[in-house]
Design a protein around this ligand. Structure first.
Ligand SMILES: Nc1ncnc2c1ncn2[C@@H]1O[C@H](COP(=O)(O)OP(=O)(O)O)[C@@H](O)[C@H]1O
Ligand SMILES: [Mg+2]
Length: 416
């Protein structure tokens, strides 16, 4: 008789999904996957081979998806629920709660994803975070900014999106209509078609350096696996250009960052699972949370953490979701980084050349072909490829990253 434990992974079709399937195999856990039938048809063979079974539903209808998945889990005897996909984290939280499996407080399921609800929970619990006002349209937003006493620059963003899409730094009231248009341009998530809350948020601009924190939470106790340094553009848009594990930050900033994450985790009722938190710190021991998600990080950060520290966030996530004690102890203190290639502006790609292949390079990947249309560098959609590197220290890997990136050529077709 097969006595392996069974986990349901809600959507596997991203890098974190592949890491979770690999970690499940390592733990001897059978991994079942929930997705859309037509998306499953696009799953690569290796991915399909790592899956014990599938359940198809329609994530664009959250109530139906919850019912479908709950029925499947009861029938199949699922022991734990995880997700690889940010937009499905509220569903994962509700499903685990409905089944009585380890997870988080279901009353805050949406606040783990919706930045308007998140800001309200943070304000109610005194979690350090930017002051935020919200409105359905830019005229109302302008009035609420005025009434709140918030001063420019401000950050305008939609309540729900990801990848810096629709996020802009606004320097005066005159820029609000344009920022609102950008923030409200996308109404549905891709590829599942989940409706997005396009309520507009205006937030105090938080200065300083940006980090993310990977946290495993087991029975409400936090274990911070890694602090990652985040490199972003610094213009009106804030695209993420790369990440380095571990971050090099002042002890006072580190303490403030981790205390802020602990406060956010407690406020949102995160109890069993993982959190990916984005935080800015000012170099003087003050930190504010930009956002937190009850989900794996994107951008291959789980891979960076395991390369640098020898600890698997994916494995720890599965263990906590199954009610087991997670393995959270690093077995080395090295460093790893990822940097993204972007086009200088939107247009047609001519070629990407001089890809790094030095001793520090772990992997390179290009997402676009010559002749493809590519976006500009204002959000993460504009990326055309990446390089992952490793080194003995963060200083070493950051230096290798600068060298690698200065050699890479992204050339565009010139328009006459
Ligand atoms: N209030 C803020 N102050 C300063 N920078 C911000 C603020 N909000 C967002 N940003 C910048 O914009 C980026 C994207 O915003 P974020 O809220 O994380 O949206 P997304 O869900 O698209 O990642 C952040 O990583 C950060 O660099
Ligand atoms: Mg973010």
């Amino acid at each position: 008789m097969n006595t392996a434990k069974k986990v349901l992974l809600i959507e596997a079709n991203v890098a974190a999904g592949e890491e979770l399937l690999k970690a499940a195999a390592g733990l001897g856990v059978d991994a079942y996957v929930a997705t859309h039938e037509e998306l499953y048809e696009q799953y690569r063979t290796e991915l399909r081979e790592a899956i014990a079974g599938t359940v198809f539903t329609d994530f664009a209808d959250p109530d139906r998806a919850l019912r479908d998945l709950a029925d499947f889990c009861r029938r199949t005897g699922i022991d734990g629920v995880v997700t690889s996909w940010e937009f499905l984290s509220p569903l994962a939280i509700r499903l685990a709660a409905e089944l009585g499996l380890p997870g988080h407080a279901p009353e805050h399921a949406d606040a783990c994803r919706n930045k308007k609800l998140m800001s309200e929970v943070f304000a109610a619990h005194g979690v350090p975070a930017p002051r935020t006002v919200h409105a359905p349209d830019h005229e109302t937003l302008a009035r609420r900014i005025e009434a709140s006493g918030l001063t420019y620059p401000l950050v305008v963003k939609p309540a729900e999106n990801a990848g810096s899409i629709g996020v802009s730094v606004v320097r005066s009231a005159a820029e609000l209509p344009g920022a609102a248009r950008l923030a409200q341009a996308q109404t549905h998530e891709f590829p599942h078609g989940i409706a997005l809350d396009t309520t507009l948020l205006a937030q105090e601009y938080v200065g300083g350096d940006e980090y993310s924190v990977e946290t495993v939470i087991a029975d409400g106790v936090t274990h911070h696996l890694a602090v990652t340094e985040k490199f972003t553009t610094d213009g009106a848009g804030r695209a993420e250009l790369g990440h380095t594990v571990p971050a090099q930050l002042q002890p006072a900033d580190r303490a403030a960052v981790l205390a802020a994450v602990d406060a956010a985790v407690a406020a949102l009722g995160l109890r069993n699972g993982i959190a990916h938190t984005e935080v800015k710190a000012d170099g003087r021991g003050n930190a504010k949370i930009i956002e937190i998600g009850a989900r794996p990080p994107g951008d291959h950060i789980m891979r960076l953490v395991s390369e640098a520290l020898g600890v698997s966030e994916a494995r720890a996530y599965l263990q906590t979701a199954l009610g087991e004690r997670p393995d959270v102890t690093p077995d080395r203190q090295a460093a790893a980084a990822i940097r993204f290639f972007t086009a200088p502006e939107a247009g047609t790609l001519k070629w990407i050349g001089n890809l790094p292949e030095g001793e520090h390079t772990i992997a390179t990947s290009v997402y676009k072909m010559p002749g493809d249309e590519v976006g500009g560098p204002q959000d993460n959609i504009g990326r055309v490829g990446h390089v992952m590197l490793r080194g003995a220290t963060a200083t070493e890997v950051n230096k290798a990253a600068v060298e690698a990136m200065s050699a890479v050529t992204v050339e565009m077709v010139t328009q006459w």
